[in-house]
Design a binder for this molecule. Structure first.
Ligand code: THU
Length: 127
């Protein structure tokens, strides 16, 4: 699956976001080493701190399906251009980064942008 297709899937996933508090929708699509993809959207809670981001939802679904290596993640928000993962999600993505690294794909207008997780999370903590 190419990055344009992943971004379309992330966009579809963002339509399922549950965001009664922030009204800020996010969708994500992860591509695993197996070739399988998994989606996630953010879902909020009236106890605000329990909110789960789209990226961590997608990673959790991948892990629950037996995946351990993620090559790429597409992130889309209808509410922000170039929506990159928050700091907490960057750390969670690092845990499952494929050996060759991970591409983080965002969108600005019609343009797809490819970031490296390494660049988004330099000198990170990893056991
Ligand atoms: N959010 C994500 O889903 N991913 C991000 O990378 C940034 C923030 C969600 C959390 C919350 O539901 C809303 O966006 C506003 O912070």
């Amino acid at each position: 699956m190419n990055y344009e297709e992943m971004m379309k899937i992330a966009e579809e996933a963002s339509k399922r976001a549950y965001t009664p508090y922030s009204k800020f929708a996010v969708g994500a699509c992860v591509l695993c080493e197996s070739g399988n993809t998994y989606i996630g959207c953010n879902f909020e809670n009236s106890s605000y701190g329990l909110t789960i981001c789209a990226e961590r939802n997608a990673v959790g679904t991948a892990v629950a399906n037996g995946e351990r290596k993620i090559n790429a993640i597409a992130v889309f928000s209808p509410d922000m251009q170039n929506c990159t993962p928050c700091g907490a999600c960057r750390q969670v993505l690092k845990e499952f980064e494929a050996d060759g690294g991970m591409d983080v794909i965002t969108k600005i207008g019609d343009e797809i942008r490819v970031h490296k997780l390494d660049e988004l999370l330099p000198e990170c903590f990893k056991l």
